[in-house]
Design a protein around this ligand. Structure first.
Ligand code: NAD
Length: 356
């Protein structure tokens, strides 16, 4: 297969981890006979420095011309002023809006080799393999907001339409069909009108998928059960703000920020893929960042945008193998393991694929 992949490395450790993700994608392409063309664009702080805006028109255009986007990270102390008119995170928000990325997917599957790294007891964590699907372009983050009474009162508005809820629920059910066939829809229907609409719609969409187990859960109960019985979940689907909070909670189940990938999908097969971590300015330029989150984002890109499931699994297996063999970047090092740098970790994963 031929595919065009836009690379947006961004700031801090972004370029370091994206270089390794590219290396691994190239390795899988050479083994399986695919041709991936990579085109690089500017985004975030580096784009502000070079052209004065966090999301140049050229970057948006090259993403639109690609089959998928692999994104590093943006931001850093240099651009930290929250009152500045031009800020790095406008790059990511602009991409979500400009590319219609409405579904955010965050898988959480703690690597068996790393079970000691989780703050959760191994017997509670055993068997955890879940996917949080978060609605990304609606809800309270995009509603009307403002100040009243001369600034002493503030308000934010949450709005959801049936169309928006149906769309994200269908993504969740379709994904569940390819997994363990269970969907948990999370809301606050005992209090919020938006959540009542969400629940009615979820119940209706669920009837179209009789082969998938379905349950509704209140967000507070979900927060608790994620810690108490994480292995009982398969696909969790929820709105923008609840998803923001629950995805961070779920990511801590693995205990290693540098390991986790994510996807943001548009209608059809187009998507943007990125590790969940930020630009880690404290370790940028040292060659010690963990590239696995970026590498696994590359695997998600193959799975969801290019339909290359076998290749995606090959990358995931190569990552597991390297960890089983005892190689670690500094952030996940344990006693008796061998610490390697960013590029070496990328080399090891690529080698396991080509030796495969
Ligand atoms: P961060 O994720 O960058 O770092 C948090 C901690 O985790 C740091 O100690 C860092 O060294 C470590 N870490 C993160 N990724 C790692 C990796 N791959 N390997 C090893 N260690 C890793 O979060 P932060 O410190 O809150 O934010 C730093 C900057 O990143 C800020 O400017 C923030 O706005 C930005 N940020 C960007 C994104 C994004 O691009 N999507 C997401 C979160 C934060």
């Amino acid at each position: 297969m031929q595919a065009k992949i836009a690379l947006l490395p961004g700031d801090g450790i972004g370029p370091e981890v994206i270089a390794e993700a590219r290396k691994v994608l190239e390795a899988v392409a050479s083994v399986k006979g695919h041709t991936f063309t990579f085109i690089e664009g500017l985004v975030g702080g580096i784009a502000i420095d070079k052209v004065g805006t966090a999301l140049p028109e050229d970057t948006l255009a090259l993403c639109r011309a690609a089959d998928a986007v692999l994104f590093g990270a943006i931001g850093g102390p240099k651009w930290d002023d929250p009152t500045a008119k031009v800020r790095p995170e406008q790059g990511l928000l602009g991409l979500r809006k400009g590319l219609g990325l409405f579904a955010n997917l965050r898988p959480v599957r703690p690597s068996p080799a790393l079970k000691g790294a989780s703050p959760i007891r191994p017997e509670v964590l055993a068997g955890t393999d879940l996917l949080v699907v978060r609605e990304l372009t609606g809800g309270i983050y995009f509603g009307e907001r403002g100040r009243l009474n001369g600034g002493s009162v503030a308000f934010d508005t949450m709005t959801y339409s049936v169309v928006e809820v149906e769309r994200i629920l269908r993504v969740a059910f379709e994904l569940a069909r390819k997994r363990r066939k269970k969907v948990t829809s999370v809301d606050k229907a005992n209090v919020l009108e938006c959540s009542r609409l969400w629940r009615e719609t979820a119940n209706r969409v669920a009837q179209e998928y009789p082969d998938v187990d379905f349950e509704n859960l209140l967000v507070d109960a979900c927060a608790m059960h994620l810690i108490r019985r994480p292995a009982s979940f398969d696909v969790i689907v929820t709105g923008n703000m609840f998803g923001d909070i629950l995805t961070d909670e779920a990511s801590m189940l693995t205990g290693s920020l540098g390991m986790l990938p994510s996807a943001s999908l548009a209608e059809g097969t187009f998507g943007l893929y990125e590790p969940i971590h930020g630009s880690a300015p404290d370790i940028a330029g040292k060659g010690i960042a963990n590239p696995i989150g970026a590498v696994l984002s590359g695997a998600m890109l193959l799975r969801y945008s290019l339909g290359l499931e076998e290749e995606a699994q090959a990358i995931e297996a190569a990552v597991d193998q390297v960890l089983e063999e005892g190689y670690r970047t500094q952030d996940i090092a344990q006693e008796g393991t061998q610490v390697v740098g960013t590029a070496e970790m990328g080399d090891l994963i690529a080698e396991r694929l080509t030796q495969g």
